[in-house]
Write a protein that binds this ligand. Sequence first.
Ligand SMILES: CC(C)(COP(=O)(O)OP(=O)(O)OC[C@H]1O[C@@H](n2cnc3c(N)ncnc32)[C@H](O)[C@@H]1OP(=O)(O)O)[C@@H](O)C(=O)NCCC(=O)NCCS
Length: 153
Amino acid sequence: MMRKAKISDVKEIQKLINQYAKSGEMLPRSLNQIYEQLQNFYVIELNRKIAACCELFITWEDLAEVKALAVAPDYKGKGLGSALVKKCISTAKQLGIKKVFALTFQPEFFLKLGFKIVSKDVMPHKIWFECVKCPLFPDCNEVPVMKEISGAS
Ligand SMILES: CC(C)(COP(=O)(O)OP(=O)(O)OC[C@H]1O[C@@H](n2cnc3c(N)ncnc32)[C@H](O)[C@@H]1OP(=O)(O)O)[C@@H](O)C(=O)NCCC(=O)NCCS
């Protein structure tokens, strides 16, 4: 079942993300970061466990970011990741946002969902404020991908 995240999900969300952070597949999140962004999170709950999570973060008037996307190892390849990204896209559309982007180590996954690889130069400067705080800066090989949302008003 996909739903908005709740306070009681936070520790599980952190575990899910940080197991991938340990292997360098994602950036780590503190509990504080997740509490602050909790209202932006969707989760998929299966068998009373958080099987997947994702965040939609509004960057600017025409742009939002898909972040913190993680599917638990046992549930990979079953469409949960795609379902969460599609939910973020439809939420962005409802909000009237025209473009959604992600910074990812898995660009092929996003290409299948209609995203295109873009140059980092097209990203607004605001995004780099977060980047400079990251432990991987400046040698990060995350790939920026972007999708234009058709019909957004
Ligand atoms: C990447 C991730 C989110 C994909 O979620 P998922 O639920 O396993 O993916 P889905 O089942 O929705 O896959 C959708 C399609 O993308 C493909 N796909 C999934 N992961 C892929 C990858 N890493 N590379 C290429 N294609 C991939 C699937 O084969 C599927 O293709 P199909 O439609 O032709 O069958 C998930 O594997 C994950 O959490 N990985 C570890 C954490 C991570 O990398 N997160 C960062 C994303 S920014």
